[in-house]
Write a protein that binds this ligand. Sequence first.
Ligand code: AMP
Length: 214
Amino acid sequence: MKIVVLFGAPGSGKGTVAGRLVAEDSTLRHVSSGDLLRDAVKCRTAAGVEAEGYMKRGELVPDVIIARMIGEQIEKVGGTRTLLLDGFPRTVAQAGLLNEMIAQHGAELTSAVLLEVPDGILVDRITGRRVCPACGAGYHVTNIPPRKEGFCDGCGTGLIVRKDDNLATVKNRLAVYQAQTVPLIDFYSARGVLRRVVGTGPLDGIVERVRQAI
Ligand code: AMP
C-alpha cells in the first residue's frame, strides 16, 4: 500500500482536492481525519463524545483517539491501493505514529503534499464553506456554489455550516496549525518527500498540480 499525506492549513482545500482525485482514480482511497471524527461525534461513540469538545474549540483531539481511527482505516484499505490521508498527521508526534503504522503494514509513504494558501484567503474559504450533512459534499457560497442555493447538487439535502467554521474557532484553528502542524514541513522535507503545491487559483489547476505531485 502506498500512502500520500495531504496537509495544509484549515481551508487550504485538502478535502475538496482529495474528493476530486478519488472521483477520477479508482485506485485512490480518501481518508479524512476530520470526517472520521465528525462521524464519531454524530454516532455518539465513546471516541466521538471525547473528541467533541476539542473540535468545538478548534483544538486538536488527543493523538490516541485519532491514531486508532487512522490505524483501522489503514487495515481496511490494505492491498495495492494508494491511501490519500487528509488531515492526519497534524503534528510531528502523529507523523511518528504514522511511520510506525506504515512499518507495521509494509506500506510506503510516497509523498507529503503541502497545499499552500495565504491566510486571508483561508478565512474567506472557511467562513463561506457549506457542507452536505447527508453525503459529505463540500461547497462554498461563492467559489463552489451549489446549483440550487442551500441544497446539495448530489442528494438534494439542505446544506449546513460546520460547527467549527465560525470566525472565533477558525482563528484558533489557524493558530493551532501554525504552532503544531507547520513543523511537519521540516519533518517531511528532511525525509525528501515534501511536495509544495500552490493551493490558489482555479480548482482544476490545483487538482492537476496535486495529481502531478503524488
Ligand atoms: P478538519 O476537518 O481536518 O478541519 O478537522 C476538524 C477538527 O477535527 C480539527 O479542528 C480537530 O479538532 C480535529 N482533527 C482532525 N484531524 C485531526 C488530527 N489529525 N489530530 C487531532 N485532531 C484532529
